[in-house]
Design a protein around this ligand. Sequence first.
Ligand code: PLP
Length: 457
Amino acid sequence: MSVDFKQELKSEQNQNVSEYINKVLSLIEKEEINEVEAAWITKETVDGFREHVNPGFLEYRKTVTEGGQFAAVEWSDNGSCFKDVNGKEYIDCLGGFGIYNVGHRNPKVVKAVTDQLKRQALHSQDLLDPLRAMLAKILADITPGDLKYAFFTNSGTESVEAALKLAKMYSERTTFISTTRAFHGKSLGSLSGTAKGMFRKPFLPLIPGFRHVPFGDIDMMRKTFEVCAAVGEDVAAVLLEPIQGEGGIILPPEGYLKQVRELCDQYGSLLIFDEVQTGMGRTGKMFAAELYEVVPDIICLAKAFGGGVMPAGAVVATENVFKSWFDNPFMHTTTFGGNPLACAAAIATIGVLIEEKLPERAAEVGAYFLEELKKAAKGHEDKVQEIRGQGLMIGIEFHQDEIGYEVSKGMFDRGILVAGTLINSKTIRIEPALTISYEEVNKVVNTLKEVLEHING
Ligand SMILES: *Cc1c(COP(=O)(O)O)cnc(C)c1O
């Protein structure tokens, strides 16, 4: 091929890419799309997933029917709901696994981010960025006990990763205790704390020094501390979700977290609470730590921290622990963590949570929701094993994965999104916006009832 010919091909290709980009941008710009556009978007999305994202998703998502004739493609969201490209509305009870605590596109959060965007999107990386300092101060005020210094991240995984590094640096120890059914992320460090064998096995060995004990079993926790001390592998930290989310909404037994705190103090180990999912009002308090009256040394945040508008996370630690990074603040860094847009979103989010008393609302609506769901499941004990929860973090456990999948699919068809996939449906999680109305709650409950009556156990 001559050089000229190659260049010609290249410029033709660029022209095609340009046209495609302009088409996409013009669709993003539109407030409403028509049927033809909706069909084009659906086709491009399914084809794109198959050819360029990962065809596996088309198999696993309950939103894609066999043969792919129908696929729900999301397009817009507002309040407790989102809409697909065909304009069908869904009550979002999956809530991005706990992202949308202040609702979808909360106007105050959107305003803060767009106001900031008009002035400056990202930070210089050298001058002092104001919102980082202000958000850190706010966090020191609202987090429990003497948690004081914050490091900002872009995700929950990164928050856990930072917490582990901070604990290592502070303690000069390398042993961590985490729990069965825990989820802390999937980077090599955070995955070391995560419990699910399926996700860990291909990547072993992970970070040396991790031990898993059954969640809620204080005797095993105590024995593990004893053994670690006896063999000279002192525990740097215990890493825990106060209420396990991904593991299936597992509440800690009475007194468990306090006893873990005592063990940590006894052995000079740190307590890290991974509140990526439980934080920001989800459980009925701003942080689950308050619910159990236990103050950790490090708290990890993300998910709802960016108000469902920006990806944002944080690690907050006591001064005593965090000061390990005073001498050299570059020991752990990230280019985008704590960027002005993310900080603006987080500041506005905390404002909304406090002003609109959303943690209190989560407690109140959550208690009602839980009771009503239990009533709806009466007579379906052959299908539903248990319904449990705290605030607006609710799990419905089924006897089998297949039943959970049928239920989540049935609810989806009726306009309600709950967690529950082909590979993980034994417990479906309900984590709606904390702003969800009683009317919407009733609709979810009635739909569950209807679906349970329609499926065979
Ligand atoms: C979701 C989650 C994470 C991982 O957060 P990402 O933002 O997906 O990286 C970590 N810990 C807990 C408890 C979570 O629920």
